[in-house]
Design a binder for this molecule. Sequence first.
Ligand SMILES: [Zn+2]
Length: 326
Amino acid sequence: MELYGKKRALEALDRFSQSGRFPHALLFTGDKGIGKKVLADHTAMMYMCSGSGKKPCMRCNECRRVEQHIHPDVVYPLSAMEKGKYNADGLREFISGCYIKPNDGDIRVCVFESLDEMSVICQNTLLKFIEEPLEFNRYIFTAARKEPILQTVLSRVTAVAVDPVTEQELAKALAEHGISASRAAELYGQFGGNIGTALKYEQNGEEMQYYHAAVKACDAIAEKKELDCLLAMSSLKTREEIFAALGILTDIFAQAAAYKSGKGTAEKYMDRTKRIASTYSLGAISGMYTEALRLYGLSFTNPNVKLFAAECCGALFDAAESANRR
Ligand SMILES: [Zn+2]
């Protein structure tokens, strides 16, 4: 298990560990593909490791079982849910199982992936569970964004941001998968330091419909062609794809705003970030960003996909226009 570019997050974990006050609930935040799950596993190993010296040793039986996801006391509720999505009944059943003592040791680690995709009902169910933690339970959460998470839940977790890797680190990680340095440089221009997304795109790019739709929508926005934007977004068939595409658009607007105001370089989605920045005023970009974030925040609702695609395009263009009118 190689941990590329996780320096800041690992330092935070070390600090917690050395202070003797390891938070009982941790939240790793960062884009999909950035390495939150790897870090969650690493943290679970810190809890479970039976080796001597610095934990995790990554060699002992406990560490190996965590790495292979076969440790009976490191549990991943999302993978046990019907259709791979949280539902209130499934979550309650999982939680009731956690009131029983762990199987092998003194600690159980519950890894709740994609906390930001949990409905409000599920988050409230979870809240009761983490508010009164049992001494043997530890919680690790992952989320791409904090906005859809209830403030009451956020206030009970310690958030640790997972950073993208550098261009050199990306090249090194991709080389392990036989990807050339020149191709890695291209992928860095598209996805920035996101190893998971770059790999996924390289290995089955044609399946990443949401990515293709998002870049088409972005090009249409850069050219101020609302109909093309609508066509791109309407090509998506599921709500998951729409929200994944919205996530990418949110990213591009955030970067374009930073680039335009001279606070950031356009590392990710380089060409598109620059095009958005050159077409629109900072106010318009900020407006589109805020709007994209609001739409993304609806990810736990269940909108009609076609109508929602149209709403997204309309809302983004409106936001840009109303900023220009001010
Ligand atoms: Zn170990």
